[in-house]
Design a binder for this molecule. Structure first.
Ligand code: ZN
Length: 164
């Protein structure tokens, strides 16, 4: 029996791949920026701090040095600079789809296949609308959070967090 949740996950993954291709620029420089706290001018991207901390966590033997930002442990970096995740649309969609399917089934049993099929079609259309709007909303939200995350930098001299 095909699992509809599998299909949804694949669909979401495909959408995610598309937005990854179009969403990522390379504009992560901080030209001429100064740290508001210490006046330092070297910064490290929170995204880089995070991936380095993850590397050290996964492979402690490869760890040469500690975090590049003063005042942070790897655990703090990982908790603080975790990349945002896309929320799944599956839960909300099923919340609509399950009672709609039940209603269609009820109509089918109670009033016959003609009305049952009409109800099932209406339920399908409603479910698709809910799925598409939820995917769209989650996608916008994810994009915003990711943009903000990619603009986070940490001062190399004092550990001050700034947003580019
Ligand atoms: Zn500083």
């Amino acid at each position: 029996m095909p699992n509809p949740e599998d299909g949804l996950r694949r669909f979401e993954a495909a959408l995610g791949a598309i937005s990854k291709m179009t969403g990522e620029g390379q504009d992560r420089g901080l030209d001429e920026a100064r740290c508001p706290k210490c006046g330092g001018s070297t910064f490290v991207a929170a995204a880089d701090l995070y991936s380095e901390a993850m590397l050290r966590l996964e492979e402690p033997s490869a760890a040469k040095e500690g975090p590049l930002a003063p005042g942070f442990t790897d655990a703090q970096i990982i908790a603080k600079f975790k990349p945002p995740r896309r929320n799944s649309a599956i839960g909300r969609t099923l919340l609509f789809a399950v009672p709609l399917a039940a209603a269609a089934y009820y109509v089918f049993r109670r009033y016959g296949s003609m009305l049952g099929q009409l109800t099932a079609m209406a339920a399908t259309v409603l479910t698709i609308v809910v799925l598409m709007t939820t995917l769209r909303r989650n996608s916008d939200d994810y994009y915003d959070r990711r943009q903000r995350w990619r603009k986070l930098f940490v001062c190399r001299d004092c550990g001050q967090i700034i947003s580019a």
